[in-house]
Design a protein around this ligand. Structure first.
Ligand SMILES: [Zn+2]
Length: 63
């Protein structure tokens, strides 16, 4: 599983996401950014920051 904490990029945001692959995490982050942060498009540098913040978590463990 891949996981990402929005707070790693947006200080103070406690949203977190998990998916089976990076693309799934990015899709969830994009939806969250749009709905909760008002970002209709993710700038390339923000996508890069998100990718850098995505980390591996165990399938059956808590993040
Ligand atoms: Zn957020």
């Amino acid at each position: 599983m891949k996981a990402f904490r929005c707070g790693d990029v947006v200080p103070g945001c406690d949203a977190s996401f998990q998916a089976s692959d990076e693309a799934g995490v990015l899709a969830s982050v994009a939806a969250h950014a749009r709905d909760d942060h008002g970002l209709t498009d993710l700038p390339a540098d923000l996508v890069a920051a998100v990718r850098a913040g995505i980390h591996e978590v165990p399938e059956d463990g808590a993040a």
